[in-house]
Design a protein around this ligand. Sequence first.
Ligand code: HEM
Length: 206
Amino acid sequence: MNRTTLITLKTLTWIACISPFVMLVYEAVTNTLGPDPTSTITLTTGYNALLMLVLSLAITPLRLLSPRLSWLIKFRRLLGLFAFFYASLHLATYIGLYMNFDLSVFKTDITKRRFIIAGFAAYTLLVPLAATSTTWAIRKLGGKRWNRLHKLVYFAAICGIIHYWWQVKPGVKSPMNLTITLCVLLLSRPVLAYIQKVRARRAVAV
Ligand code: HEM
């Protein structure tokens, strides 16, 4: 992949990732967030946080599928950081607009409402990942430890999916697409790792 194509793709990814936020700002300014603006903001930020998290998890399986896709690694951090950005906005909306900054209500919610517990678990798992996303942190932790820590992303995504299912009304199936995608990605990891091992063994034998 040449430099110009990479820059173009990165710019397009940036535009795609930032556009839900730009749309929210536009709708807030023009007063078109709908009958329940707080809910619109919470649902949009929550959905995009989870979507970007799941998309970031697709990068490694795609790279394992074909060495020609190794350039995709440059997009994993971008997607992960945008997921954290939307998750932070989501939490800030909840604390600011739903709770009116009343942390005692938040404390009760966090112990009593199971979907909030799952959401909080997902967010808590994302914090160390975002904090160690810099090249400096990778160097400081060392590749092995950094990789082990970043396996937490799978648990964050699983908690996010549980949070999503527990939040929708009974019978609503909107979390299904992301759930299936996450399951496929999780199952593909060991399968692709095995295929890669077989390929490497064959290459040594030749
Ligand atoms: C302490 C952390 C969190 C709190 C308090 C929280 C709170 C909420 C609330 C109150 C809603 C429902 C909004 C409504 O019905 O108006 C919601 C929905 C949602 N949240 Fe969270 N959340 C948290 C963390 C997360 C994280 C980390 C993710 C993603 C990784 C996430 C993804 C979602 C999704 C996907 C929805 C449903 C969106 C939809 O129906 O389209 N949440 N959350």
